[in-house]
Design a protein. Structure first.
Length: 123
């Protein structure tokens, strides 16, 4: 086998990067499975009813904030006290339930960070 001098270091670095990526991916999958199991165990009828009520209350607040048929997601998240991802989920919930119809989506460049990545991936 013919190896150019210095390539061994690059190959070792590539292997290390692949292993690190696989380790982080596995950690995220395990974290997701654990969270799903925990959430399923909490899904009593009472908790489901409370969550439905919360969705209704916060959904109404989102509708008030979007009174002009558009909204600033970042500002709304700050006002309501939830993440931007939660605002998107609430807008999807309102859309699926027939309360609103999402017709246009405008976006800008992101900051390159996955806002939903578990902390184990950002270390």
């Amino acid at each position: 086998m013919f190896i150019i001098e210095g390539m061994e270091d690059n190959i070792e670095l590539d292997i290390k990067n692949v292993l690190d990526t696989e380790r982080l991916l596995t950690a995220r999958m395990v974290d997701s499975i654990l969270r799903t199991c925990q959430m399923a165990s909490y899904a009593t009828p009472e908790m489901q009813e409370m969550f439905s009520q919360w969705l209704g209350l916060v959904g109404e607040q989102v509708l008030r904030e979007c009174a002009e048929s558009s909204c600033d997601v970042e500002a709304m998240a700050r006002t309501i006290g939830v993440s931007e991802s939660t605002i998107f989920s609430l807008l999807g919930f309102l859309h699926r339930s027939g309360r609103i119809r999402i017709e246009t989506v405008r976006f800008t460049d992101g900051d390159g960070k996955n806002s939903e990545a578990c902390s184990c991936l950002t270390k």
